[in-house]
Design a protein around this ligand. Structure first.
Ligand code: SAH
Length: 201
């Protein structure tokens, strides 16, 4: 998977490639789609939600330019897979999931597998996780029609945020937001993507 789907498409960050090698994706997908775990596509994880395609997980992680001392926030825990991948690179991952059922099962799975630097909370991630802010990087894994202002606020100056922007039934753009040291933000569209919609707020 890593060589054919990820390196072949230009992912070069060694830490990202190693993290993708290390995290057992098949343990993050439901039993009935387990045989498809390493296919080049997203997969259903229940409640109408999906675990992202492996390449997209790697690409979003690379775009954040993560460092070992970083503390990061994820909106949309889902299966916990993206959080697990990021947790191999950074110090701490704080992640929020709006479906309590998914939050509980992801937290349990991550604990069982020993990802103890991932911290999961049920709730509306639109508002971030104020007590744990500021974050060095933020990753949004559900499509929004705007960048949630609380997340910009909780991003440290010099930090990066990645978010799919656009309507739920159309192709969205993966947008990279860079926050300057003066607090101003710069946005850049990267590639078209398709994510499940941001709920709540
Ligand atoms: N990162 C996940 C993929 C998530 S799919 C993984 O690696 O498996 C997007 C997830 O975002 C879904 O689980 C969905 O329930 C969740 N979500 C949608 N809106 C949300 C919100 N406002 N706050 C928190 N989670 C949300």
């Amino acid at each position: 998977m890593v060589r054919r789907q990820i390196e072949a498409r230009g992912i070069r960050d060694k830490a990202v490639l190693e993290a993708m090698q290390e995290v057992p994706r098949h343990l993050f997908v439901p039993e009935k789609v387990r045989s498809k775990s390493y296919d080049d596509r997203p997969l259903p994880i229940g409640l109408g939600q999906t675990i992202s395609q492996p390449y997209i997980v790697a690409f979003m992680t690379e775009l954040l330019q993560l460092e070992p001392d970083h503390r990061i926030f994820e909106l949309g825990t889902g299966s916990g897979y993206q959080a697990a991948v990021a947790s191999r690179i950074v110090k701490d991952v704080f992640t929020v999931e709006i479906y309590e059922e998914l939050a509980v099962s992801a937290a349990q799975r991550l604990a069982e597998l020993g990802y103890d630097n991932v911290h999961v909370k049920g709730g509306d991630g639109y508002y971030g996780w104020d007590e744990k802010a500021p974050f060095d990087a933020i990753i949004v894994t559900a499509a929004a029609d705007h960048i949630p202002p609380p997340l910009i606020k909780q991003l440290r100056p010099g930090g990066r945020l990645i978010i799919p922007l656009g309507g739920p039934f159309s192709v969205q753009q993966l947008v990279l937001v860079e926050k300057g040291t003066d607090g101003s933000t710069k946005e850049r569209s990267i590639i078209p993507v398709r994510f499940v919609p941001l709920l709540g707020h």
